[in-house]
Design a protein. Sequence first.
Length: 397
Amino acid sequence: MHEMVSMDDAAKFISRLRERFYYNRGVEEVSIDEALDRELAEDVVSPVTLPRHDLATMDGYAIKSSDRYPLRIIGSVYAGKEPENFEIKDGEACYITTGAILPRGADAVLKVELAEVKDNLLYGKKIERGTYVLKRGSEVKKGEVVIEAKRRIGPQEIAVLHSLGIKKVKVYRRMRVAVFSNGDEIKNGKRSDTNAPMIMSFLKKWGHEPAFLGITDDSYEEIREMIIKGTEEYDAVITSGGVSVGKRDYVIRVLKEEGELLLYRVKQRPGKPLAVGIVNNKPVFALPGKPAGAFVTTMFVLRRFFYGDLPFPKVRAKIAHEVKIPTKGFTYIVFVKIVDGIAYPVGYIDSPVRLLPKGDKYAVSLISQMTRTVLADGFVLTERDLGEKEEVEVNLY
């Protein structure tokens, strides 16, 4: 078992877990109009060669690059139309538009800005063979792998599929994920269940099908029954709460007794009490109960498993206030709002949640307890104190 590991080691572990379990699900064929954000189950092999002909990439005149001016203009070729049955012979040129098929005999295009026409004769500068010509097959050749299996289909992939004339693709079935919450304070209505709706929203955004199983008491039997049910009927299980060191935190015990506990606790704050296990050969993710802790583990752990290892966009900004971290040996996730290039740490003055006087240590237990904490623009990762006005790297959501 991996216990109290660094964020980097946790990321490597989750990537290995993804390779082991993530693609263990069925495949279905869908039209490309329904394929957005799905993952390809097989390579996309081009059924055609593109472009099918040599094409002009500029408005101008199709010529033989070896000819000398003046050249006699013998006709015009327009995009979307086959060229007339003529070819460019020595001493001849043809007006051509962007995207039009290059006439036979031509090997370059003199762009219109460099051309001068007098009495149907073309004058211009010397150009090299292939100037402003997209050669046949230069984009893709028939039989070539254009998009590899397991790639997520975005708008750009949709464009490529349309260009190849492909109407349907095989994709992995959406992952069915069981989600439940646990805790007496949630079940009896003393505290709102914010974690499950957040987790399920992320899963939907990542292209999966979450199912809410309900809320359990702080009861070993109820938690055990929910995890067993989830792993028997779904592809994965996610819960939050009950993974710390309290007397009624039973999730760890269930994972050990009913399967295998693979990862427990990460050197990150908030988000330290994370557990990952296997029950019934299905992955089970147990997140912290505190809202900001659950958010952090969702962004760093669930995102990597259910969506892939994609970097966060980053910007540089100056931090508005000094941030003193309370304990060495951890990576701290400092939530920030960015205004006019200044990063304001959430929890201090000038931020949405004002808990900490300027100069106080970053009180993670307070910051992580409130859902409003995550209403930030991004976060800074640090293992040391940050000085006021110090330039930092902000990871944007």
